[in-house]
Design a protein around this ligand. Structure first.
Ligand code: GUN
Length: 281
């Protein structure tokens, strides 16, 4: 039987509606500042989406579209000013940054209580030790989607393909918190197929078209495709060969319309959370 397709678009709309209804009665609205440096077209699309989401949720948003040749000092100065503003609860610097900028230093400059991406080492540490706080948007979106479809990771074997700081590593932390047994695979994994076949929940986050084929998926596994790639025809696709995987999996996320919209919805939740932490009611 083909898999149940997990509808990230519909669930994201529901999450955003929940955020909107909580923001509506607030006397001081949550605020999000989004910084984009340079003219990466994919980043521009993401930033536009975030602005639109803020509008839908009643969240105040500001965009800073800075030229490619922005210096480290200029960027740090802007972040410093936003750190000090009470109307800005969240600061997001769209990645990747142009090569001449020091990403690590930039992420460190964002005040942890405004770090709605959950990229600051303080927040990453909080996540690691299981403390309450921000959760990174994409992994949190995956967890929310599993919850919505009644999939409890407890006791299950979760195999994550990809070890990025944005997805793979924090995803592992959230899965462990939910009592899953976790394997993280990466480019040096000796037998990726054998590892994937052990998965009750397979999270593909490697960023390689066609990496996960049907023969790598155990019958009845839950398949979550986090990747956003372009194939040879320029079409948006994930890491999973969907047509094959849908015949093996019990649940599957599509690309587009799966994890992507959930990531954006979780950013809205994080911005609301930041505003609450700042005492806005
Ligand atoms: N670039 C790709 N994904 C993300 C994300 O989740 N946050 C930021 N800031 N940049 C990204």
């Amino acid at each position: 039987m083909p898999a149940v397709v997990m509808d990230g678009k519909a669930l994201a709309a529901k999450v955003k509606e929940q955020v909107r209804s909580q923001v509506e009665p607030m006397s001081q609205k949550p605020g999000l500042a989004v910084i984009l440096v340079g003219d990466n077209p994919a980043s521009r699309v993401y930033v536009n989406g975030k602005k639109k989401d803020c509008g839908e949720c009643g969240i105040y948003s500001e965009e800073y579209a800075l030229p490619e040749e922005t210096t480290q000092e200029e960027l740090l100065e802007l972040i410093g000013a936003l750190n000090d503003r009470a109307d800005v609860d969240g600061i997001l610097v769209q990645l990747p940054l142009p090569k001449h900028l020091n990403e690590k230093e930039v992420l460190l400059a964002i005040r942890p209580d405004k770090d709605v991406d959950c990229f600051h080492p303080f927040n990453v540490g909080q996540l690691m030790i299981g403390e309450e706080g921000f959760q990174p948007c994409t992994p949190a979106g995956v967890m929310r989607m599993l919850e919505e479809y009644g999939i409890d990771p407890a006791g299950k074997h979760c195999v994550i393909v990809g070890r990025s700081n944005i997805v793979g590593k924090p995803q592992a932390m959230l899965m462990v918190k939910k009592n899953a047994t976790v394997t993280i695979c990466h480019t040096k994994t000796r037998d990726l197929k054998a590892e994937c076949l052990r998965a009750d929940i397979l999270v593909a986050a490697a960023g390689r078209v066609g990496l996960i084929t049907g023969d790598m998926i155990r019958e009845g596994a839950v398949v979550v495709d986090v990747a956003m790639n372009r194939n040879d025809q320029g079409k948006l696709c994930g890491d999973v060969v969907y047509s094959q995987a849908v015949e093996k999996a019990s649940y599957i996320t599509p690309v587009p319309g799966g994890v992507g919209p959930m990531t954006r919805a979780m950013l809205m939740e994080n911005t609301l959370y930041a505003a609450r932490c700042h005492g806005k009611v």
